[in-house]
Design a binder for this molecule. Structure first.
Ligand SMILES: [Zn+2]
Length: 489
């Protein structure tokens, strides 16, 4: 297939729904529970079941969480907020309407920076951030019939709508990942797409390059991973290009993503879509948000990923890539910063290298998160200290770290118990060098005849005799001296 982006410019906007991890639901006192684990219909009450005459009350914590997100996304906060009824009839919606912000969203005109695979970054506009409530959850049974679980009904939900500034599947994925990272930093959402607590829906259209009119758009649903978001978006761009290339017209519709077949398919055309008949929710007063409240929430925000990356580069001398890797998760960044604080000032980069090159490898291998590992930040710094004061060499230190990871023991305890301390006794090393040279007379002759790269072979033999514990600097120096003396002899 020809590359569709040569002829067409894809225009993509993303709608993201994020459940807020508050204690209770948006408009009642029911607990917010994990709908994958809690028994169905156990966290419900007359309000979230839509019983007649029940009155909703706004959850202050949900508004605060929504404010955190809107501020982190650089939005302007609206002081006067009104909730509306979004009317439609569906079995997962017991009231037959959803309470949502419509005309006046909480936050508008925000933005965030995304990082692309080639290392460049790009600013994407955030059109609106608004509060609403989630619906219940339907399970359709094989052979007919459906089950409904209202535990999710009324859970606070945030809708985040981007400007149509996204132009490829890769950009859509980068934007989605960045939103998820920020939500996790803010502690308002776990980012678990497979559990449905974070749902990403792109609107996709294409137009000939140079054209300013928008093409007909389709909306993609059922994306349960960021990989599916990137692939589904790319598939949809190619599908639309193929239709236009053969003179056809794109139909405005909602399409699903088939994860196994990796294709999109028609779910619902626009003609069948509902008219929601929005009107102001009569049971809720307008929500006033004061400058004071905004300032309090703003002051409580944690340092966000972009700020951390900039600081790590400036203060620790790290590359942008290393800084991104270390700040991917807030807990990892906190662990790293604790270690840096315990280390000598010059050692920040060394600590970063040990975390990225060695600790992450062990964590991946054992499938452990930073919260689960037995190695402490101070423990890693202690290990680095043993390398710096030449008690052990770098290769031994890697083995010691693996042992620390497996047993939780300290580096000095492991070094002592296993006799791993490095040999830097010059007399002992000189004796081993003499043995190695005596055992390899042909190589010595070849070396003295000009094959100087054999030095590496000799070092290897000496280190092997020392069981890998030789101080590399001392071995290197004594070996060079001994060979130089033979050359002069
Ligand atoms: Zn309830």
């Amino acid at each position: 297939m020809t590359n569709p982006t040569t002829y067409y410019e894809p225009i993509i906007g993303l709608e993201i729904h994020a459940e807020l991890m508050t204690n209770s639901k948006m408009f009642c006192g029911c607990k917010v529970v994990d709908s994958a684990e809690a028994p169905p219909n156990t966290a419900v009450c007359p309000v979230c079941l839509g019983m007649p005459g029940m009155l909703p009350v706004i959850n202050r914590q949900a508004v605060e969480y929504a404010l955190r997100v809107a501020l982190a996304l650089n939005c302007t906060i609206q002081h006067h907020n009104i909730f509306a009824r979004k009317n439609y009839f569906y079995p997962d919606l017991p009231k037959a309407y959803q309470i949502s912000q419509y005309e006046l969203p909480l936050g508008v005109n925000g933005w965030l920076e995304i990082e692309l695979e080639d290392g460049s970054s790009k600013r994407i506009g955030v059109r609106r951030v608004h509060m609403e409530e989630d619906t219940g959850k339907l399970t359709h049974l094989e052979g007919g019939g459906s089950l409904v679980d209202y535990n999710r009904s009324g859970v606070p939900l945030l809708e985040i709508v981007s400007e149509p500034d996204i132009h490829s599947g890769e950009e859509a994925r980068a934007y989605g990942l960045k939103i998820r990272q920020i939500l996790r930093y803010l502690g308002v959402n776990s980012g678990d797409m497979e559990k449905g607590v974070l749902r990403v829906e792109p609107n996709i259209s294409i137009r000939p390059v140079g054209s300013t009119a928008f093409g007909t758009r389709t909306e993609l649903k059922n994306l349960n991973s960021f990989k599916a978001l990137a692939e589904g978006t790319a598939y949809e761009i190619a599908r639309q290009a193929e239709i236009l290339n053969r003179g056809g017209q794109v139909v405005q519709e909602t399409r699903g993503w088939h994860d196994a077949r990796r294709i999109t398919f028609s779910q619902r055309s626009k003609e069948e879509a509902e008219d929601y008949r929005y009107f102001p929710e009569p049971d809720l007063p307008p929500l006033a948000i004061s400058d004071e409240w905004i300032a309090t929430v703003r002051a409580s925000l944690p340092e966000l990923p972009d700020a951390k990356v900039a600081r790590y580069q400036a203060d620790y001398g790290l590359s942008a890539y290393d800084a991104r890797v270390l700040t991917e998760e807030r807990a990892v960044a906190a662990w790293f910063e604790t270690a840096v604080a315990a280390a000598p000032t010059h050692a920040a980069k060394t600590v970063a290298n040990w975390v990225i090159n060695n600790l992450f490898a062990l964590m991946n291998e054992k499938k452990q998160g930073i919260e689960q590992i037995q190695v402490t930040p101070a423990g890693l710094v202690e290990l680095i200290g043993l390398v710096e004061n030449r008690t052990i060499n770098h290769n031994t230190a890697k083995e010691v770290l693996a042992e620390m990871f497996a047993t939780g023991q300290s580096a000095p305890a492991i070094v002592q118990a296993s006799g791993l301390a490095q040999v830097s006794d010059e007399a002992a090393i000189t004796a081993v060098i003499a043995n190695v040279l005596a055992a390899n007379p042909d190589s010595v002759t070849a070396y003295l005849g000009g094959k100087e790269k054999l030095l590496g072979f000799f070092i290897g033999q000496v280190m092997r005799e020392l069981h890998g514990k030789g101080d590399p600097a001392v071995v290197n120096r004594l070996l060079s001296q001994t060979l130089a003396a033979r050359r002069q002899a």
